[in-house]
Design a protein around this ligand. Structure first.
Ligand SMILES: O=c1ccn([C@@H]2O[C@H](COP(=O)(O)OP(=O)(O)O[C@H]3O[C@H](CO)[C@@H](O)[C@H](O)[C@H]3O)[C@@H](O)[C@H]2O)c(=O)[nH]1
Ligand SMILES: O=C(O)[C@H](O)COP(=O)(O)O
Length: 317
């Protein structure tokens, strides 16, 4: 492990017990907090998660969360009804930004959620969690309220696989952790890099691209590192996480999406929003100092022409 990561673990790795709710609330002031649950067919679990957050973090006594939104990712079960009955605002994925048709995937709904929420801090929580505790939210929102230098916080936890302790997180262990250690060793200190529970300042999230599928966690983590630096990232231990496990083939597809997300970032380098700073000597001012001027660098790419329908028509003609 890099020395830098060892120092980071000492500075930026906490437990939920390190910040009491009283302490967090005392510094919240006008900062607003949105909690977003992406949900695709989660009628069995979404209601309980919404109820716990409403009861424990949205009361007059504990007004930590200002807004709780479930983004329905095209569910065919009763997810929307159950979430609304428990007290969430439910927004259908396709109702957000209709000019750009939605594509399937978790990252897509997280990205769309930024268009319909208002909090200065946005906290994402998976909607398939069992035995949910409000610590999952207060634990990761806390550092964003108490520490101005922190911009992005991930939850960490034990991950059982069914009844087997410590065996969960198969894609994390087989794909994400090796990828991160080999290519982005500064991120090797994250215990749960793929976990779906993380909070960040909107001012950061709105500057990051969102992979539309399951690559979104790895993409956001890598891009956050290169946008704000390791010291602005943190993690908080919130206990044990139980969730619905996907089968091996579904996890294979997830692994491929994550690998592809890494591959794109490796091929295009580390600059997320590349800028070029040039210098001009100021001939008018005193001291003839060099003055920096910064420009956006064009990095937009078009897809291969073979992927564009009009190109195929042109060849036929
Ligand atoms: O198209 C989708 C797919 C999933 N989800 C929701 O996203 C959450 C997480 O999805 P899930 O299929 O349960 O993911 P996991 O198998 O648990 O995968 C883990 O690893 C993924 C890749 O990093 C992360 O996105 C997950 O949050 C993390 O829990 C759940 O609330 C889903 O309902 C959507 O809203 N739309
Ligand atoms: O994060 C992961 O690795 C995937 O969500 C798989 O988790 P599981 O092995 O606990 O189902």
């Amino acid at each position: 492990m890099l020395d830098e990561v060892e120092r980071w673990l000492e500075r930026r790795s906490w437990s939920v017990a390190d910040r009491s709710l009283d302490r967090i609330l005392a510094v919240k002031h006008a900062t607003t907090v949105s909690v977003v649950l992406p949900a695709l067919n989660e009628e069995a679990t979404v209601g309980d998660i919404v109820s716990v957050i409403r009861r424990e973090l949205m009361s007059d006594a504990v007004p930590l969360v200002d807004e709780l939104v479930v983004i329905d990712s095209g569910s065919t079960d009763r997810t929307a009804e159950v979430a609304a009955a428990a007290g969430a605002r439910v927004v259908a994925r396709d109702a957000i930004l209709p000019r750009i048709p939605a594509v399937p995937g978790k990252g897509e709904v997280l990205w769309r959620s930024l268009f319909v929420t208002h909090g200065d801090v946005v906290c994402f929580v998976d909607a398939d969690l069992r035995d949910f505790s409000a610590d999952f939210v207060s634990g990761i929102v806390g550092p964003l309220l108490t520490d101005p230098g922190v911009d992005f916080v991930k939850a960490m936890y034990d991950r059982p696989l069914g009844d087997a302790p410590g065996q969960g997180g198969r894609v994390t262990e087989l794909v994400a952790r090796p990828l991160l250690n080999l290519h982005w060793p500064q991120l090797a200190g994250f215990v749960q890099p793929l976990g779906g529970e993380y909070a960040a300042r909107r001012s950061l999230l709105e500057r990051l691209p969102f992979p539309v599928g399951y690559g979104v966690e790895l993409g956001l983590l890598v891009d956050a590192l290169h946008t704000v630096g390791l010291d602005a990232l943190a993690q908080v231990d919130v206990g044990v996480r139980k969730h619905r496990h996907q089968d091996g083939q579904a996890l294979g597809r997830m692994a491929a999406a994550i690998y592809r997300t890494a591959q794109l970032r490796l091929s295009r380098g580390h600059l997320v929003r590349p800028r070029l700073t040039q210098f001009e000597r100021d001939e008018t001012g005193e001291g003839r100092r060099f003055v920096p001027r910064t420009y956006d660098v064009d990095t937009e790419e078009r897809p291969p022409t073979a992927d564009v329908a009009e190109y195929a028509h042109r060849r036929v003609a």
